[in-house]
Design a binder for this molecule. Structure first.
Ligand SMILES: [Zn+2]
Ligand SMILES: [Zn+2]
Length: 87
């Protein structure tokens, strides 16, 4: 069993359950950014909460929530746009 390490906010951003490695057939944990912090959303919340992306930061170029935080840069994994975290 592999655990995703997230020292700042372990567990799901919405329901706070601890991270786990989902079954290969299931939806993976979503990595996103909220208020400039990398967060994870569990498969259940993605499925059960239609508004799960509402509180997440969005790419200013394309509006996607598929953002990841790397070395103080928010990188959009949908279009490749980068922005300074917290800008
Ligand atoms: Zn959750
Ligand atoms: Zn984008």
């Amino acid at each position: 069993m592999l655990f995703v390490s997230s020292p700042d906010r372990p567990g799901c951003f919405l329901c706070h359950r601890p991270t786990f490695d989902p079954d290969k057939r299931e939806v993976p944990w979503a990595r996103a950014v909220a208020d400039g912090v990398q967060v994870l959303i569990c498969p259940d919340c993605q499925h059960d909460r239609s508004d799960w992306a509402e509180s997440l930061d969005r790419c200013e170029a394309c509006g996607s929530t598929r953002l990841s935080l790397t070395l103080g840069q928010v990188v959009c994994r949908a279009c490749g746009h980068t922005a300074r975290a917290g800008a």
